[in-house]
Design a binder for this molecule. Structure first.
Ligand SMILES: Cc1cc2nc3c(=O)[nH]c(=O)nc-3n(C[C@H](O)[C@H](O)[C@H](O)COP(=O)(O)OP(=O)(O)OC[C@H]3O[C@@H](n4cnc5c(N)ncnc54)[C@H](O)[C@@H]3O)c2cc1C
Length: 461
């Protein structure tokens, strides 16, 4: 039976302080509503017991995403669309970006929030295994102040959490330490789109000299709350990855998950799928360890100055290129990508600037400092969508670019690959609001992503 709107109070405080004060005034009586994609289903079914609702959908304090050197903070009120479109989430936390992209349909992604998914505490919440695997922390806020709770201890049972009646989740924090890791996320449901998952995996690990390191395997939908497979992880860590280890890990995972029977699936099916998903993760992890590509084998053997000049097309900083050449030989692509990130992060501002100057402005073809025909060709490829934008977008981009140069004294750097002209324009306008320090860090992060893409292209030959 549908609910009667006249029986409900709905208030929309203007800021976070007002929202937590209201929650504290009658703890347990007021229920936050963010995107409403879970609560409105209950409302429509006549099962929404709370009668007093606080809308937190428009609180600016919950919609911010901030990038720090060691971690990223995603506001709990960020929608799935915000999450999946964020460049750093996409590049450093791809399993979370993927989960956001397969949650419901587009309309749902535009309204449903990360905080809502966490507090709704469904065992099938799609973002939850990724949060577990990435060691997320939650920032909870109330009139008493803030506290930081590891996500791993937040869910205490089926639909149960550590959230107090007067608290909100303000943000989710993720450590930025998974750069050199291989990750694998997959949702198994009746169909890919708009289906609640039967089993959902988020797993990551890195390889060192052919051995598995720091395996982190999380599952959703199989138990009353998302789980990490501690025993399977222990079995894998520091072991040489070979077919017998894959088989043993797959069997251990199937035995460890202890799945539930419910309307979506049986325990037996879930255990078998969990084992298969772990095997799939490990087989893909193993593929990253194939013999070095021809390009890499040849480059490993070049004299230092030639090696430096060749790799300079991937990132225009001489110090970076020299550092990469000095770290040879590399075993495989994963090792090159990890070394690149580390070298880049340790550079000074003037080296970053040198790399920025090797790019043409978006919409133009000549860089301030031309490095190589290969670098120019890659820039043209990366910017091809922007180049195809209509005239109005191109004019607006040129104008915003000029404003950016006046404001920050350098060209605007964005990882343009796959982005349309209007998406780039939106990003550019947003970044014009940054202060100098935040903008420099964002530009450096974009250059890091561009370098990763170029390194992959280069190694593929
Ligand atoms: C058609 C449809 C398809 C869906 N598909 C999927 C899917 O594929 N995968 C999936 O995981 N989910 C799916 N969902 C469920 C839902 O979209 C998600 O759980 C979503 O993340 C909920 O977020 P919300 O902001 O809409 O939450 P709301 O409905 O606003 O709130 C949900 C709960 O969270 C609480 N809450 C919200 N924000 C906060 C906060 N910041 N602090 C404290 N408490 C808070 C509310 O009080 C409430 O208890 C689907 C829903 C629909 C209607």
């Amino acid at each position: 039976m549908r609910s009667d709107p006249a029986e409900y109070d709905l208030v929309a405080p203007a800021n976070l302080q007002a929202a937590v004060s209201l929650l504290a005034s009658e703890p347990g009586r007021w229920l936050p509503i963010a995107g409403g994609t879970d609560l409105m289903v209950q409302f429509a079914a006549g099962t929404l017991r709370a009668r007093k609702l606080i809308s937190i959908a428009r609180l600016p304090e919950l919609r911010r995403t901030e990038v720090f050197a060691e971690e990223i903070e995603i506001g709990a009120g960020c929608t799935y669309t915000d999450v999946r479109k964020h460049d750093i989430v996409d590049s450093e936390f791809p399993m979370l970006a993927r989960a956001a992209s397969w949650t419901g349909g587009i309309a749902n992604q535009n309204r449903g929030t990360l905080g809502g998914n966490i507090v709704n505490a469904s065992p099938a919440g799609d973002s939850l295994p990724a949060l577990l695997a990435y060691d997320a922390d939650l920032i909870l806020v109330s009139v008493r102040g803030e506290r930081r709770v590891p996500y791993a201890s937040f869910h205490t049972g089926y639909k149960k959490t550590k959230l107090a009646a007067d608290e909100l989740i303000r943000a989710v924090r993720l450590p930025r330490r998974f750069g050199g890791y291989f990750s694998h996320a997959r949702k198994v449901g009746t169909r890919n789109a708009q289906a609640v998952s039967k089993v959902c995996i988020a797993a990551l690990a890195r390889m060192e000299d052919g051995t598995v390191q720091d395996a982190r395997i999380a599952f959703g939908s199989i138990a009353p709350m998302p789980v990490r497979l501690a025993e399977t992880e222990r079995l894998l860590n520091r072991k040489r990855l070979d077919p017998s280890l894959v088989l043993l890990a797959s069997k251990t995972a199937a035995a460890e998950v202890q799945p539930i029977d419910d309307i979506r699936s049986t325990a037996r099916y879930r255990a078998a799928v969990a084992g298969n998903l772990v095997a799939e993760f490990l087989e893909r992890l193993g593929e990253t360890q194939r013999a070095p590509s021809e390009v890499l084998a040849r480059w490993n053997g070049l004299p230092a100055d030639e090696a430096e000049n060749e790799i300079l097309a991937c990132c225009g900083s001489r110090v970076w290129a020299r550092g990469m050449a000095a770290r040879r030989p590399f075993l495989d692509e994963a090792a090159v990508l990890a070394a690149s990130d580390e070298t880049w992060r340790n550079l000074g501002e003037s080296d970053w600037m040198e790399a920025f100057r090797s790019h043409p402005r978006i919409g133009e073809s000549r860089a301030a400092q031309i490095l190589s025909a290969r670098s120019a060709a890659w820039s043209a490829q990366e910017q091809s969508n922007a180049a195809a934008a209509d005239d109005a977008i191109k004019i607006a981009l040129a104008e915003a670019n000029r404003k950016y140069v006046r404001q920050f004294g350098r060209i605007f750097i964005v990882c343009a690959a796959g982005k349309t002209g209007s998406e780039i324009l939106q990003i550019l306008r947003r970044r014009l609001q940054n202060d100098d320090g935040a903008e420099l860090r964002e530009a450096a992060e974009q250059q890091r992503q561009i370098t990763q893409i170029r390194l992959r292209k280069w190694l593929q030959g």
